[in-house]
Structure formats: C-alpha cells, structure tokens
Write a protein that binds this ligand. Sequence first.
Ligand SMILES: Nc1nc2c(ncn2[C@@H]2O[C@H](COP(=O)(O)OP(=O)(O)O)[C@@H](O)[C@H]2O)c(=O)[nH]1
Ligand SMILES: [Mg+2]
Length: 320
Amino acid sequence: MVKCSISPIRLRKGSISIFASCIVSIAKSGSLNRYPDTEKNEKSIALQKGNAFFIWYKLLFENKIIVNDQDVNTVKGEPVTEKTLIIIPTYNEAENIRPIIESILDRYQEGIDLLVIDDNSPDGTAGIVESIMKKEPRLKLLSRPEKLGLGTAYLLGFQYALDRGYERVIEMDADFSHDPAMIASLISGMDGADMVIGSRYMNNTVNVVNWPLSRLILSKTASIYTRLITGMPVFDPTSGFKCISAKALRSIALGRVHSQGYSFQIEIDFRVWKKGFVIHEVPIVFVDRSVGKSKMTRKNIVEAIWMVWWLKLLSIIGQL
Ligand SMILES: Nc1nc2c(ncn2[C@@H]2O[C@H](COP(=O)(O)OP(=O)(O)O)[C@@H](O)[C@H]2O)c(=O)[nH]1
Ligand SMILES: [Mg+2]
C-alpha cells in the first residue's frame, strides 16, 4: 500500500493526456564556438547555430563535446580547488537564480563549486549570474545562445567537470524544488556508492509538496513504468536531484546520451546501473516551485515513454 506523506497537493483542472504517437526529438544544435566578445573569458562557452550534423556526429560517435573544433578540455580552466561541482541548468530563472546561488554558497563554504548553464534566458538570468560571479570565484557560467534542452546542458556540465578534475557532480534545479540543505546528504550518501539519487518515492512513500495531482500521478506512474520495464531497482528514476561520481561519468557513454527531459534522468540512472555501479537513494521532500514556470513539455513525457523501451532494447542487444 502506498503511504502518502503528502503535504497539500494542489488540484488543478485537466487530466494527463497520453499521446498515441511517438515524437522523435531531433535536437536543434549547432557547431560550438566561443562568443567573440567573451573569448578571454574562460568561463563562458557558447553554442552557436550552424553545423548541426557535425556536432551530433561528434556527440554520438566520438563521445566528445567540442569548442571550435577543439575538445572542451583545451579550454583553460581555473585551478581546481574544490571536489564537487553543482550543475544548475537555467532557462528563465531570473527570480530564483540569485537566492538559490546564495543559499548554496552560503551554506557550503568549502568543497563546492557551482556551475550555471544558461540558454540565453530572455529574462536575463545569465546577467544576474555574471554580477554574482564578480564577487564569488566559486561560481561559473556557461552561456549558450538558445534553448537547447536540459539534457545537452547537463552533458556540457559533466564534460566541464571531467575536464577539470572534479570528483563528483550534483544535478539540481534552480527553482528550490531541491532543498540546498540536502546537498550534504547526497554527498555523504556517496560513501560506498557512485550515484546517489534524492528520492521522492522511497519505500512507497510520496514526499511531494504542492504539486498538482495530475503531475504527481504522472511522475509516480513514470517511476513504476520505468522500474517494470527496465528492472532497475530505483524508486525515483526521474528525479533531477542527484550526485554522480566522476568515475561513473567517465564509464558511461556520455556521447550516446541524447534524452532531454525526464528521460535524461532515467537514461543516466540506467547507464550507471548497467555499468554495475552502486546506486543509493536518500529521501528528499520535493517542493513545487513557487516562482516561475516549469519548462517540461509534453514532448518530454512522450520521449520518456519510448526511451525506456529503447534503452532496454539497446541493453539487450549490447549496444548501450
Ligand atoms: N539550460 C537549460 N536549462 C533548462 C532547460 N529546460 C529547463 N531548464 C532548467 O532545468 C531545471 C529543471 O526544469 P524545470 O522547469 O524546473 O522542470 P520541472 O522541475 O520538471 O518542472 C530548471 O532549473 C530549468 O530552468 C533548457 O532547455 N536549457
Ligand atoms: Mg524544477
């Protein structure tokens, strides 16, 4: 029986629609270039429109992210003094970004760097980050010229972390759904594991606050669906709050990951699990954003529905 420790769930009109057809997501992409005006700024890398085929070929078959035909690791980085890189992708998070950055960096004075990957948010999110960076060397920014999806943002962040010798990365949202106080639990959960997932659904509980009921049903159904099809022993495979070791990131074929939304999380979990790494889950309370809007789309839901089968198939034929 499902024990609900749900705090107020907001009921909204409407129901979940399941689409009859699958949409194959073809990512918009381009050749990677640095912005000319930021050429000396090692923290700023940008994707520019252009040779989509080339970059996706590189991502899929050469497992590399490139900058001006060079590997990202040829971009000189700051000396690494910290062990953990927190990666926050942003699109239109102007109201959340300053408070979340300050909350994280104030709370964790040592051992943490923070990387924001912004997709040219029209609300000026990147400008706010840049203003904080003037005083805060632990804060980094990668700016891309347009909305290119959550998945590619995280892949860029993973590559950034690997190239600079971080020991682990943490994924989290900018919107306070993931409590900065729980970062310490994720890191301590890494003892004996290579991935720790902040789980909303551990041991048949539901720890979600203020989500519309439709969204909760969707998320919980996705978890059960993923577990049934893949056999992966994870309570919350769509959670976007997790810690992954550099060792695990190096082992999985990052260049083959092409999911975007919820399925990006499932795909990362699945690839880490299939490589035989230990995955821990720690309970978190997920609180719906109070400011700004969710960027997740129906396309992301459809992608997750077929991606689970695709991952299972790849694994069966040994092509994961
Ligand atoms: N860079 C980048 N960030 C994104 C994109 N889509 C969503 N995000 C960010 O990813 C995080 C998760 O998205 P969110 O809308 O909160 O998804 P939800 O929590 O599932 O409703 C947030 O910090 C968003 O601002 C994107 O296309 N590019
Ligand atoms: Mg969110």
